[in-house]
Design a binder for this molecule. Structure first.
Ligand SMILES: Cc1cc2nc3c(=O)[nH]c(=O)nc-3n(C[C@H](O)[C@H](O)[C@H](O)COP(=O)(O)O)c2cc1C
Length: 400
């Protein structure tokens, strides 16, 4: 099963069931274009045998960044650097999608001290985020256009699909959640209104790029915050996405306030026992929808992957960190020579937990992108310092 190809509604064939979920690369400079490091990194991953590689989040507006080293795209971006990037993957039998994102209130302080969002609800985390300003109608229209034009640009430069990032508390997810969306116009209130931004983007994107270009959406099953986006909301949105012709739904969960995919908090013991945190929700989706499903978060053993594929609980297995933990992965899963991917004990102070973990993985990305092998003994606290230094330094350069 794991080696069985999967055909998406767009007609695109994924050669096997293993997908690399988006991992922000933070490898770009102030130009926000992809470079040689992106090509080296993705060449390495494509050789590894995954059926689908999804890029790290690419910003649709370079004024608002998720990280200082993000790639950003707009319809006038130069095509050549992107074509070099996609060529590094398309030489192999691998689908390659660009993940498109707008951070909204989760924009770094360096890219914007006055971010935009659905409403003015500030993200309070280590003083790292500015108070957002509610978007005007014109700004909402501009963001919709940016997603649509960026998808079309990605099609032109060789990506075989795009993924809209509607999870993890970024802008689209801020509109979806009643905690961050306090609007009383057509973009807020009921779930019909809160999902209007996402659904409008999907609808216009589809009519721009045609039916043969894959469109995926990454969505939270819930954001696990009191009064936030919940599973009932998610099921409503998924029904609408199916009608809108979305080719693959990736299920995830959490926001910067609590990134459950890392912390595993709020996850029931019965679910944790089943390795992949969001698989129970995937079952509820299966009951009401025929949309192809990818689940990401916690998949680590070959046996479990085989089990959920055999039970048809999902169609595509999504992996993030395993691509940065074992160079035998995913080939070893495809040929049966690797049983599981182990997670190292990453040394980091509790207070710096998120930064330490992110810094550790960020460092592994840099190593692969410069042709080196993984170094799993690298301490998380060093990763946190390295990442903070890079963010500050690149952030200053972005402003110059
Ligand atoms: C270093 C790092 C960067 C990430 N960047 C992104 C991103 O750009 N977009 C996204 O949707 N998720 C991102 N994620 C989340 C992963 O795609 C995935 O959902 C999460 O790691 C859980 O899956 P896993 O248990 O297989 O790692 C990132 C995770 C890590 C560790």
């Amino acid at each position: 099963m794991i080696n069985t190809p999967f055909i998406l509604p767009s007609g695109e064939k994924l050669p096997n069931r293993i997908a690399k979920a988006a991992l922000t690369e933070r490898l770009s400079d102030a130009s926000h274009l992809p470079n040689q490091k992106h090509s080296t990194l993705y060449d390495t991953w494509a050789k590894g045998g995954a059926g689908l590689l999804i890029s790290g989040n690419i910003m649709v507006d370079e004024k608002y960044l998720e990280a200082a080293g993000n790639v950003a795209v707009h319809h006038l971006s130069p095509e050549a650097p992107f074509k070099l990037w996609t060529r590094s993957v398309l030489a192999y039998d691998t689908a390659f999608w660009a993940q498109l994102n707008h951070p909204g209130r989760q924009a770094t302080l360096f890219s914007s001290t006055k971010p935009i969002s659905a409403s003015d609800v500030q993200l309070k985390k280590n003083g790292m985020f500015g108070k957002p300003r509610p978007m005007t109608e014109e700004e909402i229209e501009d963001v919709i256009n940016r997603f649509v034009q960026s998808a079309n640009f990605c099609r032109r430069v060789g990506f075989t699909g795009v993924q809209i990032h509607a999870a993890h508390g970024y802008l689209i997810s801020q509109f979806l959640s009643p905690r961050t969306n306090k609007r009383s116009d057509q973009w807020g209130g009921s779930i019909e209104n809160r999902s209007r931004l996402l659904l409008t983007i999907v609808e216009r994107m589809r009519s721009k790029v045609g039916n043969e270009f894959s469109i995926s959406v990454k969505l939270n099953s819930a954001d696990f915050q009191k009064g936030g986006f919940d599973e009932q909301d998610a099921l409503f949105v998924i029904n609408a996405l199916e009608k809108g012709g979305v080719d693959l739904l990736e299920i995830s969960g959490g926001t910067y306030e609590d990134f459950v995919a890392f912390t595993k908090s709020h996850i029931k013991d019965s679910t944790l026992a089943r390795e992949a945190y969001f698989i129970e929700f995937a079952k509820a989706v299966r009951k009401q929808s025929t949309i192809p499903i990818m689940v990401t978060g916690g998949l680590r053993s070959l046996d479990f992957c085989k089990e959920v594929l055999t039970n048809k609980e999902l169609d595509i297995l999504g992996f993030g960190r395993p691509f940065l933990l074992d160079e035998r992965f995913p080939k070893g899963f495809l040929d049966g020579s690797l049983d599981r991917v182990e997670e190292p004990n990453i040394k980091t102070a509790a207070r710096l937990y998120d930064m330490g973990i992110a810094g550790f993985y960020d460092y592994q990305i840099e190593r692969l992108a410069t042709g080196k092998s993984l170094k799993l003994t690298y301490p998380g606290w060093r990763g946190a310092m390295r990442m903070t230094r890079n963010e500050l330094w690149k952030g200053i350069k972005n402003k110059i």
